[in-house]
Design a protein around this ligand. Structure first.
Ligand code: AP5
Length: 214
């Protein structure tokens, strides 16, 4: 199965991608995670990307398209994938179409997780992420068993630099202007499925699984 998850900041893309990846044994490909790893490693690409990410802006298309092309060269994507955070602009969606066409691996479904802006700030300010394996938690809605430690690998949990209220507002604005038009793009392709993201993590997951069955 080849799935794309769409939705604004804090919609729950990463959370649901993790669950889908486990349920269907698919690689979870998140451009945000790949970029944060590059920042942590201090690579040239990471240093460039950080200046955009810290301001809540999108990293230039050519950089993220390059990341996806490299990732799609790895063998595991042949069994399917869950894409989280890519595409985010129409040029990125067009590139994804040409990459998947060339590889003869068409996207099966594009799932848009719809959330209201009110829930997003609370979700993002309470988010904690594992430094080692990127598993996502929330201090109230999805807390780790041991405070500050990842249930999966024991790694230390941290708060993302771009989860400050001012940057969250900017990310929401960028989403409205640059990513929202993608919904029209995918509606026209007939692959768009929409689910409500304003309910619990398990309820959102159940809606996605039901929508995919159809
Ligand atoms: P990225 O990492 O992709 O961030 P984002 O899209 O802003 O999305 P988030 O990771 O903030 O939220 P999410 O939807 O994954 O929510 P999550 O599951 O974590 O991108 C970061 C930056 O990288 C961008 O700003 C940009 O600069 C750059 N970038 C990345 N991709 C790019 C691209 N393609 N092009 C250009 N630039 C790119 O959930 C959030 C919190 O809520 C968690 O704590 C979770 O536990 C909790 N939660 C989730 N669901 C629920 C629920 N149903 N109920 C209660 N709590 C919930």
């Amino acid at each position: 199965m080849r799935i794309v998850l769409l939705g604004g900041p804090g919609a729950g893309k990463g959370t649901q991608a993790q669950k889908l990846s486990e349920k269907f044994s698919l690689p979870h490909i998140a451009t945000g995670d790949i970029l944060r790893q590059a920042v942590k490693d201090g690579t040239e690409m990471g240093i460039k990307a950080k200046s955009y990410m810290d301001k809540g802006l999108l990293v230039p298309d050519e950089v993220v398209i390059g990341i996806i092309k490299d990732r799609f060269n790895q063998d595991d994507v042949k069994s399917g994938f869950v894409l989280d955070g890519f595409p985010r602009t129409v040029p990125q969606a067009e590139s994804l179409d040409s990459i998947t066409k060339e590889m003869n691996m068409p996207i099966d479904a594009v799932v848009n997780i719809k959330t209201s802006p009110d829930v997003v700030v609370e979700r993002l300010s309470g988010r904690r992420t594992c430094k080692e394996c990127q598993t996502v938690y929330h201090i109230v809605y999805s807390p780790p068993k041991v405070d500050g430690k990842c249930d999966r690998c024991g790694g230390e949990l941290y708060q993302r630099d771009d989860d400050k209220e001012e940057t969250i507002r900017k990310r929401l604005d960028v989403y409205e202007k640059q990513t929202f038009p993608l919904l029209e793009y995918y509606k026209n392709s007939g692959k768009l499925l929409e689910v409500c993201g304003d309910v619990s993590i398990d309820e959102v997951f159940e809606s996605i699984v039901q929508a995919l069955k159809k």
